[in-house]
Design a protein around this ligand. Structure first.
Ligand code: SF4
Length: 278
């Protein structure tokens, strides 16, 4: 089968850095804890667990040792709790996520009511909410009726959202009235480049595959976007999950992958698909 791979896909620098830091930390320490999954990819989390990385959801599950802060970051309260317990910290927060946290604090200091556009349940958004006082989350236009929209609004976005969604939400916020709005583009360039490359590819293929963890926000967004441009889009974690029946009648397939999908997963999928005769 003819297979085209997106010009940009797979691991981003933030994820690569977090995994490298985890491996280096595990070489020096017998037991290392990760506050939440280090990245949203079950295979990578399993491999690191085999070498001693314990994933916990709360700090009170850790008594001693080293805590790795994942690429999505942690809230100020969590960092303070880690410090109070005297635990050793290795910070793998992506610099772009740190930038969003810093901008939220600066906007607050300048007197803006900070609104982050994104998914309130995502760890990155929770960390931003917990890094500055009085930050509200706008996930949908319905949320806006519940938010106290002050006159001076400072708007930022979860790094992995799409530009279209950010623009749509900024317009919806502006329609509700304001005296001043400061919008800071906090979208991640790496994510946008993956989205642009995927949309381009969608138009050239009969069927499109988006590879990555089912809980990975940027992979989910990539799949949603591809589905809009090619209804024959499938979000899978690996080659084993593919139902081969869907390939019948298809000549050309496209493959892209989220920022937390390892190169091996993409390579294996592409090799098998190229060898497959529908
Ligand atoms: S997707 Fe962007 S913001 Fe998220 S970890 Fe990767 S580089 Fe950082």
């Amino acid at each position: 089968m003819k297979v085209l791979v997106a010009e940009k896909c797979g691991f981003c620098p933030g994820v690569r850095n977090a995994i490298n830091l985890a491996k280096k930390t595990l070489e020096k320490n017998n037991v290392v804890y990760s506050l939440g999954p280090i990245i949203h990819n079950e295979d990578v989390v399993r491999q690191l667990a085999e070498t001693g990385l314990h994933t916990v959801s709360r700090i009170d599950e850790i008594d001693t040792g080293t805590v790795l802060i994942r690429s999505h970051g942690a809230t100020l309260a969590e960092l303070q709790e880690i410090h109070t317990k005297g635990l050793n910290v290795v910070d793998a927060t992506c610099i772009l996520v740190k930038r969003v946290q810093k901008i939220a604090c600066l906007l607050y200091d300048e007197g803006y009511h900070v609104i982050i556009v994104g998914d309130r349940n995502h760890p990155e958004v929770r960390a931003v909410v917990g890094s500055a006082p009085d930050v509200d989350v706008a996930g949908t236009e319905d949320d806006l009726s519940k938010i106290r929209l002050g006159k001076k609004l400072g708007i930022i976005c979860q790094t992995t959202q799409s530009p279209d969604y950010f623009v749509q939400m900024v317009a919806a916020i502006a329609r509700r009235g304001f005296s001043e709005i400061k919008v800071i583009n906090t979208l991640c360039r790496e994510t946008m480049e993956r989205q642009e490359a995927a949309v381009k590819l969608c138009r050239q293929v009969d069927i499109m595959f988006v590879l990555g963890g089912l809980h990975s926000a940027n992979t989910q967004k990539l799949a949603e976007l591809c589905k809009k441009h090619n209804p024959q889009t499938f979000h899978l974690q690996n080659w084993q999950e593919l139902d081969k029946c869907i390939l019948f009648g298809k000549q050309t397939a496209g493959v892209t992958a989220g920022a937390s999908t390892p190169d091996e997963v993409i390579d294996v999928f592409v090799q098998h698909l190229r060898a497959f005769e529908p």
